[in-house]
Design a protein around this ligand. Structure first.
Ligand code: 4AD
Ligand code: MG
Length: 483
């Protein structure tokens, strides 16, 4: 079997192959038969579109025809002919069909009917064969590619930051431990605590929550860098926006201030979304329709006013709203849901942390467009953010998207040694352990800034999928690490 000789359905549909002998390989979506002929809808993953295989029982033996069932993998050779029926322009008239892999129709979990997303999550190993997930993962790929293309074209360097670290960048203490110690019988110190000196790395280590701190070191040498890697957070939040393992893109730029950082983030988001609009037309058209169908099932006040494609175009074509945290608190305090006590967390005072209900109010109801919220109280943000002159706020930015809430978090960084160490002391972050980070402030410090984009939240926004578990192939959430 010459596996490399196949033609992809995507290229069959994009140019004229009529009259040519080709070989196709893919998975059977459906088969319809009558006495004279069988029609097989074949999908090979290259596109959402199936291709029609015409099998004549005078040419293809009965035994083979019987084994062509939904889910089976087959190889077809034959001539491309102009199509009689509607739909596609051409089809393949099979001269031979080989069954590469059978799928027992009694046992194959995916049937040519609509399955719920929840059911499909339980068969994550097979769900990529559905139209919805095929589309999601092709779009996810295009977005990942666009991320690299954007930064490469701008002269940024891709840095691979470590997955195992000894630091907790965000200081939230939500890390997964990494150890080779025997959990039943760990070596102990005299005071009964675990002696990590005997562990693999001779210290306590965890999976990274962010590549930022290492990214900052790289930016202090290569000036403009980005990371794009997996990050891990053991936050026990069972929401449609949180994963325990997710991918983050973290650009970090020397010589950027907070405003440069906002400009870059906005341009970057518009570029990658625009890239998907341009290169994923078929998949997005399908997802647009899917999202619209799903909206029908929602209560009128929860339906979004725009369809998926309109929403994407809207974001690429309009400037984001930029306001300070302080201005946002005023808007929220005086908002209807706050006055009528509709928010679960009422906004009473400056300093309150914003919940996703507040973020979504600002974006979806008040401004009706993406919002860049800046200058948060320092108490609710990480130690590394640059302190503003008012003594109360830091040069933070969160970007909020419709339907998603926070999609980006970032800031200008505190490059002044005295301010940074003072903040670390206040937040009980030991300076000795962070000597390598502080060294960048000791030697050749400069203003710099960066942000983190949650990749799955971006994929969610672009595909219109309501649950973050449906935009990553193998979601990791509390209680779920199957597959
Ligand atoms: O706001 P966060 O925590 O920021 C940082 O980690 C910074 N170090 C980034 C930087 O400045 N370089 O996370 C950044 C983004 C969030 O805005 C969100 O989109 C996403 O990461 N995110 C998650 N996505 C999925 N599941 C989770 N549990 C997430 N936590 C954060
Ligand atoms: Mg954040």
């Amino acid at each position: 079997m010459a596996f490399n000789k196949r033609v992809k359905i995507k290229s069959l549909l994009e140019s004229d192959f009529v009259g040519q002998e080709v070989t196709l390989m893919g998975w059977v979506r459906t088969k319809r038969s009558n006495k004279n002929v069988s029609f097989v809808a074949l999908n090979d993953g290259s596109t959402i579109n199936n291709y029609q295989v015409v099998a004549d029982p005078n040419i293809i033996d009965e035994e083979t025809l019987k084994r062509i069932t939904t889910g089976a993998c087959i190889k077809i050779s034959g001539q491309i002919v102009a199509s009689q029926g509607s739909g596609q322009n051409s089809e393949i008239a099979a001269s031979s069909i080989t069954i590469l892999g059978e799928a027992d129709p009694e046992k194959y979990p995916l049937q040519p009917k609509k399955h719920s997303l929840e059911f499909l999550r339980e068969i994550a190993h097979l769900r990529m064969r559905t139209n919805t997930f095929g589309a999601v993962f092709r779009v996810r790929h295009a977005l990942a590619y666009a991320v690299h293309k954007y930064f490469n074209d701008k002269g940024f360097f891709y840095i691979h930051t470590p997955i195992i670290t000894a630091s907790d960048t965000e200081g939230a203490g939500e890390t997964f431990k990494v150890t080779t110690l025997d959990l039943k019988n760990p070596p102990l110190n005299e005071d009964g605590s675990i002696n990590y000196k005997e562990d693999f790395f001779e210290r306590e280590t965890n999976l990274t929550v962010s590549g930022q701190l290492e990214g900052e070191l790289a930016a202090m040498a290569l000036a403009e860098i980005y990371t794009f890697g997996p990050t891990f957070r053991a936050e026990n939040s069972n929401t449609t926006r949180h994963l325990a393992e997710f991918w983050m893109i973290e650009p970090e730029m020397a010589f950027y201030d907070a405003e440069d950082n906002q400009d870059l983030a906005e341009d970057f988001l518009q570029y990658v979304i625009g890239y998907a609009l341009e290169h994923c037309k078929d998949d997005l058209a399908f997802l647009d329709k899917r999202a619209t169908d799903e909206e029908q099932g929602k209560k009128a006040d929860q339906r979004s006013e725009m369809g998926l494609l309109d929403r994407l175009r809207f974001v690429t074509e309009n400037k984001f709203e930029r306001i300070t945290y302080t201005a946002a608190i005023d808007i929220l305090r005086n908002s209807n849901p706050n006055k009528k006590k509709k928010f679960q967390y009422l906004i009473e005072e400056w300093g309150a942390d914003l919940q996703s209900e507040h973020e979504r109010f600002l974006v979806e109801k008040h401004f009706k467009k993406p919002v860049i919220l800046t200058d948060y109280p320092k108490e609710i943000k990480a130690f590394y953010m640059r302190q503003n002159d008012d003594g109360k706020t830091v040069a933070a930015m969160d970007i909020l998207f419709p339907g998603i809430g926070e999609i980006v978090g970032g800031s200008q960084r505190e490059e002044r040694m005295d301010r940074l160490t003072q903040r670390m002391d206040e937040m009980h972050i030991p300076q000795e352990e962070m000597w390598w980070y502080l060294d960048t402030r000791r030697f050749g410090a400069t203003p710099h800034a960066g942000f983190g984009l949650g990749f799955e939240r971006l994929v969610q926004f672009v595909t219109g999928m309501g649950n973050i578990r449906d935009v990553i192939a193998f979601p990791r959430t509390p209680g779920n690490a199957e597959f």
